[in-house]
Design a protein around this ligand. Sequence first.
Ligand SMILES: Cc1cc2nc3c(=O)[nH]c(=O)nc-3n(C[C@H](O)[C@H](O)[C@H](O)COP(=O)(O)OP(=O)(O)OC[C@H]3O[C@@H](n4cnc5c(N)ncnc54)[C@H](O)[C@@H]3O)c2cc1C
Length: 471
Amino acid sequence: MTTAVSPSLDSQQGADLAGSVAGTELENGFLPAGPGLERYHSDWYGSATVVAPVLRPRDTEGVRAAINLCRTRGARIVTQGGMTGLVRACMPQPGEVVLSTERLLGIEIEPRQGTALVGAGVTLASLDAAAREHGLMFTVDMGSRGSATLGGIISTNAGGNRVLRYGMTRASVLGLEAVLADGTVLSNLSPLMKNNTGYDLKQLLVGAEGTLGVITRAMVQLVPVPNARRVSLVSAQTLDEVQELLTAARQGLGPMLSGFEVMWRDYVECALSLPSASAIPGFSFGELAVLLEVTGTSDEACEEALASTLGNHLVAHPEADAIIAQSEAQADALWTLRDLSGEAATVFAPFAGFDVSLPLSEMEGWVGDIRAKLAKAGFERTQFYGHLGDGNLHVVVGLGDLRRKEEAETILYDALAGRRGSVSAEHGIGLSKRQWLPMSRTPEELAVMRRLKAAFDPDGILNNNRLFNKE
Ligand SMILES: Cc1cc2nc3c(=O)[nH]c(=O)nc-3n(C[C@H](O)[C@H](O)[C@H](O)COP(=O)(O)OP(=O)(O)OC[C@H]3O[C@@H](n4cnc5c(N)ncnc54)[C@H](O)[C@@H]3O)c2cc1C
């Protein structure tokens, strides 16, 4: 969004860094600050205000060398995966060098064990494709699958479309390898599910947003690709009606329920207007639409369970519409509507994106409250959608003028207070939400988090000032 750009390191530091990588393994992966580095300096919200040199180590030893080099040169590091994070965490700040994980590749699948040893820079889509060759899949899936990397999803403890069935990313991480700020390589790439031998250090790094170490490899759990799935779209007029369907689906479908996404009319209209959207002929959208996915052992079992749940719901709500995709292509087309959220948001640029969690019982009140307040403040363009089954709602607000961002944030977050909500369900805090973190964590929790950061990274070399506000 801001176009004024300045070098992130002073020229002496930049020259020192270039000189230091000469003749080392890092030289191949070194890109000095200058033109042509746009993709390391922009994300879904816009561009960075500084231009930083980029280090692209190709293995764990290279990451260690990069961290040691930056530490001795007085430079800080911002770690970048696929740059799909939505809290601006990857944008280089003054004095920082970019450490890109794009060359940390490699996938080794152990089909019998149902595990994969994966480089941090491997994308979610590549991991999933490799796993499917063995009849397996990775548990996490989301719209950013083509770019989001394993290191990024672990560092953000990403959620996505299948949390209902398989949990957040942390549930599938068996082992990790990471390089800490002092160059220590912390490696436990164990495939064991059970390992109660003291503090679970890997889980500290999961969701730490790159503030405690740079993840280089991970051992992850894979699961069998379900034999069958059915995807349906159901219309509704009220959130209460949607929640009734969720309760019935949980009871009637049990573990077969693998996705329950909700989209309000404002989101649907925007997504359907995009060139990449597929029309959904014959379906009458209501105020809301629910995308419901079941997976199971056979087509018949899925069809029968889904038809029974939807049948009961339609008896209670005869005005509702429901369709069940009749082919994999149709199922993919229904998911595309939901997966277009990233593209749909950019239609409203400049926009503010929100990712909150709320108890289901508070959701309707919160949505009604903020819709009224946003309208009163003159924010006319909104999109509401989310992973409702996980209590996670996304809201996009068209700002018109970027200077109104904090005003919109205040409306949404103030309405969370007293409703036991979280300012981030899955995207994390990064640079964008630091001032709001105390809404979701007690002073005691924040103090312990800061102590952990100081223990792992006393000089603030890694992802400095992300997650926490400057002291
Ligand atoms: C269209 C779209 C849909 C999305 N849907 C979802 C969704 O359903 N659920 C969800 O949870 N998120 C979603 N996201 C957000 C985003 O995709 C996730 O946060 C993802 O996990 C980020 O992965 P990445 O590789 O792009 O990480 P990046 O954006 O590159 O980095 C994210 C954070 O992780 C750190 N990091 C990256 N790699 C490493 C590493 N190897 N070691 C240490 N730190 C590292 C970075 O410094 C940064 O703090 C979506 C985004 C888009 C654009």
